[in-house]
Ligand binder design. Structure first.
Ligand code: C2E
Ligand code: MG
Ligand code: MG
Ligand code: MG
Length: 288
């Protein structure tokens, strides 16, 4: 395999170029294989959406769901998004995949509403490549086709997306906002958004990156950053969501510091739609 070829190449010394070339070939053929199977995956219906609950810190109830893509391959089992989304982006496949994600998430949310469950917004992650001027019209079509009101759709974008081409992004986001949906900034704190941009972008929520949440209890800097982001969000009239909440200590900290919503393994892992349906049904019973 690639690692042992690389090891051999090092062992044999720098001059043995052959082994390096072999190692490169291995990389290239893995990439090609990946692209070929990724290209087939849509036709073969190998993608699946998992849903993770977003919980209100005000009352502990589910107030949203984030759709997270999974690729179930026949040979390698479940491939997490971090392992194939970058490839899909590079190969231009993220656009058709992203369209499938949007359609599926909207249809699923409509199905939950039709089943009489309490309506919640469903959040969909967007790649930078998807955020072009055609997106608002496409989103409008998908909402119309699925008969889902725009208020029940949220789009998550990362800070760096926002920063890449500020003028164009503002125009696209404004057009999306005019449809009536929500926009949130994902992984907040890991990119380089300036505060003035944050004011100019029509966003509704900030999602504090899980790297800060993870260290809340152990690291005073992380704790200070989380507090600062909560204040900043509230000053700008934004909802603040913490992601990656795994234990009660983190939950309590976020509650005490006025965070609005939490998401993480403590509250529920991403799960297939059927399991999420059961969660929603349980909540409905509990609410009476
Ligand atoms: P993200 O949008 O920031 O999603 C949060 C990630 O954190 C998810 O990983 C989720 O499973 C994970 N997570 C949730 N709670 C916890 C927790 O308590 N602890 C820890 N350690 N992790 C937690 P996942 O599903 O592997 O997705 C990774 C990233 O892939 C996402 O980050 C998002 O950027 C991207 N992604 C996922 N689905 C899509 C999609 O449909 N389209 C696009 N463009 N990107 C997607
Ligand atoms: Mg997200
Ligand atoms: Mg995130
Ligand atoms: Mg992310």
């Amino acid at each position: 395999n690639a690692d042992s070829a690389m090891y051999k190449a090092k062992e044999l010394g720098r001059n043995n170029f052959q082994y390096f070339a072999g190692w490169m070939d291995a990389q290239v053929s893995n990439r090609l294989e990946m692209l070929v199977s990724l290209r087939r995956a849509l036709d073969r219906d190998e993608f699946k959406l998992y849903y993770q609950p977003k919980i209100s810190l005000a009352n502990g109830r589910i107030i949203g769901a984030e759709a997270l893509i999974r690729w179930i391959t026949p040979d390698q089992g479940m491939v997490p998004p971090d392992r194939f989304i970058p490839f899909a982006e590079e190969a231009g496949l993220i656009v058709p995949i992203g369209e499938w994600v949007l359609r599926t998430a909207c249809a699923q949310n409509k199905a939950w509403q039709d089943a009489g469950l309490a309506p919640i917004p469903v959040a969909v992650n967007l790649s930078p490549r998807q955020l072009d001027q055609n997106l608002p019209e496409f989103v409008r079509q998908v909402l119309a086709e699925s008969c889902l009101a725009a208020a029940w759709l949220e789009l998550e974008i990362t800070e760096n997306v926002v920063m890449k081409d500020a003028e164009k992004t503002v125009a696209t986001l404004n057009a999306l906002k005019r449809l009536g949906l929500q926009v949130s900034v994902d992984d907040f704190g890991t990119g380089y958004s300036s505060l003035s941009y944050l004011r100019r972008f029509p966003v509704d929520a900030l999602k504090i990156d899980k790297s800060f949440v993870r260290d809340i209890a152990r690291d005073t800097d992380s704790a200070a950053i989380v507090k600062a982001v909560i204040s900043l969000g509230h000053i700008l009239n934004l909802r603040v969501i913490a992601e990656g909440v795994e234990d009660q200590e983190q939950y309590n900290f976020l509650l005490e510091n006025g965070c609005d919503e939490v998401q993480g393994y403590l509250l529920g892992k991403p799960m297939p739609a059927e399991d999420f349906t059961r969660r929603l049904e349980l909540e409905k019973k509990a609410a009476g």
